[in-house]
Design a protein around this ligand. Structure first.
Ligand code: SF4
Length: 374
């Protein structure tokens, strides 16, 4: 795996005195930094011309930002057309040092730098207010919506604060979703059973071809083993599943490799999702990754505007993995990500009517399976 070293650090004046800013600047004490009044520094330097905004170069800038907005939100995957899992996302970082060819952020973020929301304490207070206002709800909160949760954390040291904070919340569960191997710095933390570390996984051939700069599959599974031995719940996301020539065998083996690495009773859940993309992504990928095979195959537009494999292909892919998990580890809850009820009916053993029902199924399985820590 590669080592990330920024070329410069841009700091919003409003976060100069934040403990997280001091922590990050101390770590990168030999990297040039500049304090700015507001966001106009980016527009002044790059304008809106994408040719002056190269994504690879942009990632070399770390921007420590004062985040003003609502940091915890319902997952944007929610829609009436799709069966969702009632998830919340917590915005802490935007953009990612990894280079997955299919990454939607390439077509989505309006600036190519890596942005850290440095007013962390304020952001966590928002989480505390939301969760304490609904004490009867268990909030599942993920930080991997606009970045990989752990890709840079061994050098930025953000998640230790977040894990400690969630350990004290009675009705919230934190999920850190990653394709990295960096868990050493988290192993001794007092997580209180309130953090799930989860890995997005694909067969090794897809990791090599399409998930550049990420940890190899064996490294991810080794990290998952270490995390589970440290008492963390772990989870896996077969997402995005790719329809490549040997996919059937590849994904079956992947299930076996996971269950050979981590005891099934430490796995909180497994989700399945097939490749989906917005059409503007294709031109970016063709330009940045001309050798990618990601768009091979037949795609159809969904009601949410995203392109997906044909329904019968998705059904076969999901059934293939679902049946293998059911055979080898029937107690692990599985769910589909961003799919409609027809696909659920054709592939899964149960069909939740809505997000709340699915959420209940995932959440109620925890105290049954993790009686001491749930
Ligand atoms: S790990 Fe996630 S956020 Fe990072 S490049 Fe890959 S898909 Fe994008």
């Amino acid at each position: 795996m590669f080592q990330y070293i920024p070329e410069r650090i841009i700091i919003d004046k409003a976060v100069v005195a934040e403990p997280l800013t001091e922590q990050i600047c101390e770590h990168f004490s030999d990297i040039p930094s500049k304090v700015v009044e507001n966001f106009s520094w980016h527009h002044d330097e790059f304008g809106t011309d994408p040719l002056r905004n190269p994504l690879t170069k942009g990632k070399k800038t770390l921007h420590l930002k004062y985040f003003k907005g609502k940091s915890i939100k319902a997952c944007p995957g929610f829609s009436n057309e799709l069966v969702c899992c009632n998830y919340f996302t917590l915005d802490l970082i935007e953009n990612c040092p990894f280079e997955c060819t299919y990454c939607i952020l390439q077509a989505f973020l309006n600036k190519p730098v890596i942005t850290i929301h440095a007013n962390l304490e304020e952001i966590l207070e928002q989480v505390g207010r939301l969760t304490s206002a609904q004490p009867g709800t268990l909030f599942r909160v993920g930080t991997g919506e606009h970045s990989d949760s752990l890709a840079l954390d061994h050098i930025l040291g953000i998640k230790a604060h977040v894990i400690r904070y969630f350990a004290k919340l009675p009705n919230a569960l934190l999920e850190l979703k990653t394709k990295s191997k960096h868990v050493d710095h988290l192993l001794d933390l007092p997580h209180g059973g309130k953090t799930v570390i989860s890995w997005s996984v694909n067969p090794e051939i897809i990791v090599e071809q399409e998930e550049h700069k990420t940890a190899r599959l064996t490294e991810r599974l080794e990290a998952a083993r270490m995390a589970s031995e440290a008492g963390y719940k772990v989870a896996f996301h077969f997402d995005p599943m790719i329809n490549y020539p040997d996919w059937e065998k590849g994904y079956q083996n992947l299930v076996d490799q996971i269950l050979g690495s981590v005891p099934p009773d430490r796995i909180a859940w497994i989700s399945l999702g097939a490749l989906r993309y917005i059409s503007s992504l294709k031109a970016v990928v063709d330009e940045r990754f001309p050798n990618s095979n990601i768009f091979l195959g037949e795609f159809v537009p969904g009601k949410d505007g995203k392109m997906r494999y044909l329904r019968k292909i998705r059904q076969r892919m999901f059934r293939n993995v679902q049946q293998r998990i059911k055979k080898l580890a029937p107690r692990i809850p599985t769910y589909l990500c961003m799919e409609n009820s027809t696909i659920w009916e054709k592939t899964m053993a149960y069909q939740p009517q809505n997000a709340r029902v699915l959420e209940d199924k995932l959440v109620t399985s925890l105290p049954e399976r993790f009686p001491v820590e749930a």
